[in-house]
Write a protein that binds this ligand. Structure first.
Ligand code: PBG
Length: 324
């Protein structure tokens, strides 16, 4: 009989006690804020399904970056919209494209922000798939060279981290080799290692205009039913030289996140994706939930499950709430 000797409520009595025994910390310096850049000047279009998130030209983007820096957020991850799409997605490695110019702008402004870039082809290809397509099939090996070219162009523009999200086999190795051969040994790779084929990417595809024009991504992104396979993906990415591994989405995959955290010795990131953000925003707009409490609870849960780093559209809100 442990009662009444043991009374866990003793340590919950005051905020001082609660904060003394709190196991998980959440800070702005753990967060990465995803941003969408597009061609043009003075463009700032809100994404309908993601209130507070914009497609913006580099000038407007830079204004928001100053705000992100002041909030103490660790950095940003960039997604680009091309001038025009083609079969290969050639604007992905164009030094004059929106992402490359955005990286240069942040670095030139000497902002204290880490700049990560999403390395993928789906925003840039006319068919909307993440690799090269032939006869309706997404080809693996020929895609690697294109992805590596994109990563090198981001590094050349000044990116601190490149984050391949395409899920082709061998892409981390191909990117690492290409970076090293081009003199970018210090550019880190944050690999989307366990990236699932998820319906939670829906709002993002509106933001990035990257929905596949035929079929779906099941032949390259992971089956949501698989957890052991995530460890296999992580192991392969580490063998190929990943510096940070990622689990994506976050909420339906907290078990995977925990398993990866237990197993890996590198930093682990989790992507709190667009659909997870939009659900919170929509329910909050209807007055059904308290956005602040729900968002902080979600982010704390992702940290508790094992994420060192969280990519989240709530980064700015969370940083403000945490500072209060
Ligand atoms: C590109 C990419 C996607 C996301 C990140 N990189 C979309 C996809 O795979 O279809 C999703 C991010 C989000 O939903 O917030 N491949």
């Amino acid at each position: 009989m442990s009662f009444p000797v043991h009374r866990p409520r003793r340590l919950r009595r005051t905020e001082r006690l609660r904060s003394l025994v709190r196991e998980t910390q959440l800070a702005a310096s753990d967060l990465i804020y995803p941003m969408f850049v597009c061609p043009g000047k003075r463009v700032r279009n809100e994404v309908a399904s993601m209130p507070g998130i914009y497609q913006q030209s580099v000038d407007r983007f830079l204004e928001e970056c100053r705000e992100v820096e002041q909030l103490g957020i660790a950095g940003i991850i960039l997604f680009g919209l091309p001038e025009k799409k083609d079969e290969q997605g050639s604007e992905a490695w164009d030094p004059g494209a929106a992402v490359q110019r955005a990286i240069e702008a942040v670095k030139k402004a000497k902002l204290d922000l880490l700049v990560a870039t999403d390395v993928c082809l789906c925003e840039y290809t006319s068919h909307g798939h993440c690799g090269m397509v032939e006869n309706g099939e997404v080809l693996n090996d020929p895609s690697l060279e294109l992805l590596a070219k994109a990563a090198v162009s981001h590094a050349r523009a000044g990116a601190d981290l490149v984050a391949p999200s395409d899920m082709m086999d061998g892409r981390v190795g191909a990117i690492r080799r290409a970076l090293d051969q081009n003199g970018f040994a210090n550019t880190a790779i944050m690999a989307y290692s366990a990236k699932y084929c998820s319906a939670f990417y829906g709002p993002f595809r509106e933001a990035a205009e990257s929905a596949p024009q035929f079929g779906d991504r099941r032949s390259y992104q992971m089956d949501p039913a698989n957890a052991r396979e995530a460890l296999r993906e992580v192991r392969l990415d580490l063998e190929e030289g990943a510096d940070i591994v990622m689990v994506k989405p976050a909420l339906p995959y907290l078990d995977v996140l925990r398993a990866v955290r237990r197993w890996a010795t590198v930093p682990v990131a989790a992507y709190n994706v667009s659909g997870e953000y939009s659900m919170v925003k929509a329910a909050a707009e209807k007055g059904w939930i308290d956005e602040r409490r729900v968002a902080l609870e979600i982010l704390t849960g992702i940290r508790r499950a094992g994420a060192d780093i969280i990519l989240t559209y709530h980064a700015k809100d969370a940083a403000r709430w945490l500072a209060q």
